[in-house]
Design a protein around this ligand. Structure first.
Ligand code: GLP
Length: 240
């Protein structure tokens, strides 16, 4: 795993955007694996700024997102579909038809997971962007998810519900289940870019980079990827 330590959140975001933009500028038909959460917000703002200033086009780009809360329609303000429109897609010239995310309202879970598995096979990702859960999760693959997993429905760890509660009016509103891309599929991306910011990620960053490769720390699997870059700000890198 290649490690870049950035001075602060803004430097992390700028360095991350540079890597994403190299992929898009190098291939107008690129497939981008995208992530939600607070961490990639700065990176997305840099992508929008670049599009506005230099006209980098996303007209032929496709995106696939990692995960979606179960039970939230895509119009819900806390759904990841809404997050992506508001924080990235609306600022680019991307065709909404070319953006993909699990359907949180799908009643037949197995059918929805199979649909997403098939889609991920059809559109191999040139790059996969990731954030990091404070418990070492990637996407919504919580500790002890098998490394061989495909798209599946998870029950969120209590710590994840607490971490994400800050974005909801009340913790009782945080969905307890979600659809997520599996670890096997994250590892299939040609390149992986993982961002980590803030002191509450320092322990997970240490385990991911220096710890044993183990299913109890999902992000540790990234040590096995041939082209994975971690950009951590100083607070997140404090325990390395
Ligand atoms: C969420 C998402 C992850 C994200 C992580 C960290 O639960 N499912 O994809 O990377 O938690 O979120 P944040 O960037 O807000 O710290």
């Amino acid at each position: 795993m290649k490690l870049i330590i950035a001075e602060n959140y803004d430097e992390m975001s700028r360095a991350g955007a540079k890597i994403m933009l190299e992929v898009v500028k190098g291939n107008p038909y690129a497939v981008l694996g995208l992530a939600t959460g607070t961490t990639p917000l700065g990176l997305y703002a840099y992508m929008i700024a670049d599009h506005e200033k230099y006209g980098t086009s996303y007209a032929h780009v496709r995106t696939v997102n990692l995960d979606e809360y179960k039970g939230l329609p895509k119009t819900h303000e806390q759904s990841y579909a809404y997050f992506m429109r508001k924080n990235l897609f609306d600022g680019l010239d991307i065709d909404p038809e070319n953006t993909n995310i699990e359907n949180g309202m799908a009643e037949d879970e197995a059918k929805e997971c199979a649909r997403y598995d098939e889609l991920l096979e059809r559109f191999p990702r040139d790059i996969q962007l990731l954030g990091l859960g404070s418990n070492g999760h990637i996407a919504f693959n919580e500790p002890n998810t098998p490394f061989g997993s495909g798209t599946h429905v998870v029950t969120l760890a209590e710590s994840t519900v607490k971490d994400n509660a800050r974005l909801f009016d009340d913790i009782s509103e945080v969905p307890r289940k979600a659809f997520t891309m599996g670890i096997r599929q994250i590892m299939q991306a040609k390149k992986i870019l993982i961002l980590a910011s803030g002191a509450n990620k320092a322990d997970a960053v240490r385990k991911m980079v220096k710890g044993e490769v183990t299913e109890s720390v999902p992000a540790s699997v990234l040590q096995l990827h041939p082209d994975c870059i971690l950009i951590a700000d100083q607070e997140a890198a404090a325990n390395l």
